[in-house]
Ligand binder design. Structure first.
Ligand code: C2E
Length: 353
């Protein structure tokens, strides 16, 4: 649901949604803080979602909308809040594990020290042994102390084993949380945050190793028309469809992300603009080759086409500079009639082509 609101915020209804959020906040007496704004945007954008329903409940119960209320709602319903909750929970579990292991180790150390004392005592006693009965007593106390140490060690071992498993489970869980935070929920491609990080890394690597990096921005043609004609749900299916085709060819070291509403981005590491252009043309042809149908009514949706712009990194160029050039190339594709790929490098140097 949060994803639908995100999509709307980059679409034609963005400002009307923003105005509605401000009005609803004012009516409820909520200060226009950034957090409140985010919460109320989700409320007006998706009133039937879990957050929307909870706010409706608070409003009808005439409960005051305090900062505490906002924080509680954010922690429970906003993806970012959930993420930090998960990280906090994992941190608390990890602390608990570590202190339980530390106390098991401290206990084992105590037992070892006591064992040492028993041994020392036994060694002194043996020197003074004069009858078999005394020797038996020394041996009995030694074997009792040994059994205790063995038991303590076994306990420590099993505690460490449990703890290793628990830490591995937590690590796996945190890895999943990290992946979720980097993934666009609707399309399952990487999200904008992951893309920004990847582009930075690719540019750093390229600067160091002198490898090629090519960037592409891809936009679905007339996406607004799909949304307006067939509704948001079908619009979302179109996004998923385009993402699935892009995702199939974006195997590492290629990287694909949902860049914004109906815009996608691809990074081609070790590939030239001409190579990327070929790949994008194959993607473009595949996307346009399928006749999509509206699932609910079976109406034919017509062809989905995409436009793309390609730019190859020049020495010393930052990620945002390549992005600007890829965007300019995308603009040319749109301007020249859509359903095409423009290689920005050819645009720059037509005489050399
Ligand atoms: P999805 O609906 O979750 O489908 C996931 C995958 O299941 C599809 O991947 C496809 O391999 C298979 N699949 C689902 N429904 C059908 C079907 O009726 N016939 C066949 N032959 N296979 C089916 P794919 O093709 O990469 O599509 C990814 C996503 O793109 C789909 O996710 C859906 O959201 C969207 N999409 C694809 N084709 C259509 C379509 O004709 N109409 C609509 N409304 N959405 C579509």
């Amino acid at each position: 649901m949060a994803t639908e609101v995100e999509t709307t915020l980059r679409g034609p209804e963005a400002f009307s949604l923003a105005r509605k959020a401000m009005e609803a906040m004012e009516a409820a007496g909520a200060w226009p803080t950034p957090l409140n704004y985010e919460i109320w945007l989700h409320y007006v954008g998706d009133p039937e979602g879990p957050l929307g329903r909870e706010i409706t409940r608070l409003l009808s119960a005439q409960e005051p909308f305090t900062e505490g209320t906002a924080e509680m709602l954010a922690a429970e319903f906003l993806p970012r809040g959930r993420l930090s909750e998960e990280i906090r929970d994992a941190g608390a579990l990890l602390n608990r594990e570590l202190s339980s292991v530390a106390s098991a180790i401290a206990q084992a150390q105590k037992t070892q020290a006591a064992y040492g004392e028993t041994l020392a005592g036994a060694s002194a006693s043996i020197e003074q042994v004069d009858k078999p009965e005394s020797l038996r007593q020394v041996v009995t106390s030694l074997s009792a102390a040994t059994a205790k140490v063995r038991e303590e060690n076994a306990h420590l071992e099993s505690r460490l084993e449990d703890s290793t498993k628990e830490v591995a489970r937590l690590r796996e869980h945190l890895e999943q949380v990290r992946r979720d935070a980097m993934t666009d929920a609707l399309t399952n491609l990487a999200n904008r945050k992951a893309f920004d990080e990847e582009l930075l890394r690719a540019c750093d690597d390229a600067e160091r190793a002198g490898t090629e990096v090519t960037l592409s921005l891809i936009d679905i043609d007339h996406f607004k028309r799909f949304n307006d004609t067939w509704g948001h749900q079908t619009g979302d299916q179109v996004l998923r469809y385009v993402a699935s085709v892009i995702g199939r060819v974006a195997k590492p070291p290629r990287f694909a992300a949902r860049y914004g509403g109906e815009e996608f981005a691809m990074i081609f590491v070790g590939e030239s603009a001409a190579e990327a252009e070929n790949v994008l043309n194959a993607i473009r042809q595949e996307i346009g080759s399928r006749a999509l149908r509206r699932r609910s009514t079976d109406d034919e949706l017509g062809a989905v086409t995409i436009s793309a712009g390609v730019a190859q990194r020049h020495r010393g160029e930052s990620g945002s500079q390549i992005l600007d050039r890829a965007d300019a190339a995308l603009y040319v594709s749109k301007h020249n009639g859509r359903d095409r790929v423009t290689n920005g490098e050819r645009m720059r140097a037509p005489a050399a082509a």
